[in-house]
Design a protein. Structure first.
Length: 114
C-alpha cells in the first residue's frame, strides 16, 4: 500500500473518531439542556476526559495526526482528517467551548433541578 492510500485510511479513521466524539459531545449538551442526567451523561464525560488526557499526554496533538505526519508533509490543518481547514484549525477551541457550556449546564441542573 502506498503512502497516499495509507493517508486516506488514516483520514477516514480520524474522521470517524471525530464524528463519534461529535455524537458524544452533542448528546451531552442535549441531555443536560433537557435535564436528562443519566448514565450516558457520565459515560460521555468520561470519554471526553479520556480524550483530554490523551491530548495532554501528546502535548495537545492527536496521536492520529502524528501517525499521519509520516505520510504527508502538508502544512494544512486538515491534512489528516476530512474536515474543512477552518474547522480543523479551530476544532479544539470550538469543542472545548461546547463541552464547557455543557458542564456549566450540568452543574446548574444538578444543583437546582434535582
Amino acid at each position: 500500500m502506498d503512502n497516499n492510500n495509507k493517508l486516506v485510511l488514516i483520514k477516514l479513521l480520524h474522521s470517524a473518531i471525530w464524528i463519534f466524539f461529535n455524537v458524544v459531545i452533542f448528546y451531552l449538551l442535549y441531555a443536560v439542556i433537557v435535564n436528562r442526567i443519566d448514565i450516558w451523561v457520565w459515560i460521555c464525560l468520561g470519554l471526553i476526559i479520556f480524550e483530554g488526557f490523551i491530548l495532554l499526554v501528546f502535548k495537545s496533538m492527536c496521536p492520529i495526526t502524528l501517525v499521519a505526519r509520516k505520510y504527508s508533509d502538508s502544512q494544512k490543518d486538515n491534512f489528516d482528517i476530512y474536515l474543512p481547514n477552518w474547522l480543523a484549525k479551530y476544532n479544539k477551541l470550538i469543542y472545548t467551548f461546547i463541552v464547557l457550556v455543557a458542564v456549566v449546564i450540568l452543574i446548574y441542573q444538578l444543583m437546582f433541578n434535582k
